[in-house]
Design a protein around this ligand. Structure first.
Ligand SMILES: Nc1ncnc2c1ncn2[C@@H]1O[C@H](COP(=O)(O)OP(=O)(O)OP(=O)(O)O)[C@@H](O)[C@H]1O
Length: 313
């Protein structure tokens, strides 16, 4: 399958005086990608986002947007970029339509196309009903939609969203995530966040940055296989002796959890099939067999603490 590459970042570095905030970061974004950019506070997310949007020059490295070098041709490259900063740049005293029209002019949308561009992004972001309302009087969720609408006004290839659901209630969060997934079908999206479920619910690729370096980059399926712990929980009505469970091929450790429940840690092939067969034949009364999953939090902590330990060494 031919992936249309929208962003190519190569060997990005950024120093603030002696502090290296971003170190040798390289990645690609293709059309249809919703790339989650995760990292703890101070990891270098905002610095990277600012470099990608052309608001901060890298100390070294290159960024190409649809093949156009962002440093050599910033105006042309920025036409293909839409950006929602952490604090949406809204004018609260304007109505939604007035504000979007103003943004379209700033984005140099041709005069005769302004109306259509405003209508398109307003509709896509579900803002038709509030088009004549003052932004100041909208809920935070609707204000965030207005922020996203300004980012897609000029129909850019890439949309960069910095912490887009911070401060929203659960229903608004669901709506904004749905909107992001929808936008991902026709744009490439980079979503910077420190909210792990946001990445699981919205993105098809994930990158984790820690102390300025990428410590993880994979597809969501790749991440899923990391999440799959080599362990399962089983429960029986007539539990066997623990030794009987230790005898299954690959089982390394069995922990009794009480009430006929056990945790089996294994290597290699999942013993579930053999276990089920034996449980049926021996009349153990299998009640539960649940593969255990690690949380994204656990992986995140593992990766970031391993990185810190390596650095200390
Ligand atoms: N203008 C600046 N001058 C000096 N140091 C800076 C500047 N901006 C950021 N830094 C430092 O660079 C590092 C990366 O900061 P950055 O804001 O990119 O991280 P972040 O991942 O976006 O964090 P957060 O989630 O807290 O916003 C931090 O150590 C920060 O203190």
């Amino acid at each position: 399958m031919n992936r249309e590459i929208l962003i190519q970042a190569e060997h990005l570095h950024r120093y603030y005086g002696p502090i290296c905030a971003v170190r040798d970061v390289s990645f690609e974004l293709a059309k249809g990608d919703v790339l989650g950019f995760l990292g703890p506070n101070g990891a270098g997310k905002s610095t990277t986002m600012q470099m990608l949007t052309g608001t901060l020059a890298p100390s070294a490295g290159t960024i190409r947007v649809q093949g156009i070098d962002l440093l050599d041709h910033p105006k042309r490259a920025k036409r293909e970029l839409g950006y929602l900063p952490e604090q949406p740049p809204l004018y609260r005293e304007l109505t939604v339509d007035e504000y979007l029209t103003y943004c379209a002019r700033l984005r140099r949308v041709a005069g005769r196309e302004v109306r259509a561009a405003v209508e398109r992004s307003r509709s896509r972001c579900g803002l038709n009903e509030v088009r004549r309302r003052l932004i100041a009087n909208l809920s935070k969720g609707y204000q965030q939609r207005v922020g996203i609408a300004q980012a897609i006004l000029h129909n850019p290839a890439v949309v960069i969203l910095d912490e887009p659901t911070v401060g929203l209630d659960p229903i608004q969060i669901r709506e904004i995530r749905g909107l992001i997934r929808e936008l991902g079908e026709s744009h490439g999206i980079i979503l910077s966040t420190h909210i792990l479920p946001e990445v699981q619910g919205t993105c098809n690729r994930v990158q984790i940055i820690h102390r300025g370096r990428l410590v993880f980059a994979d597809s969501m399926q790749g991440l899923e296989s990391h999440l799959q712990a080599q362990a399962c929980i089983v429960a029986f009505r007539q539990p066997p002796a623990i030794e009987a469970l230790q005898q299954f091929a690959g089982v390394e450790e069995v922990t009794e959890l009480g009430d006929g429940r056990f945790r089996l840690r294994y290597t290699g092939d999942n013993p579930a099939e053999a276990l089920t067969e034996r449980a049926v034949n021996a009349g153990w009364g299998l009640l539960e067999l649940i593969p255990e999953r690690r949380t994204l939090e656990q992986i995140f902590v593992e990766l970031t603490s391993r990185d810190a330990a390596e650095e200390a060494a």
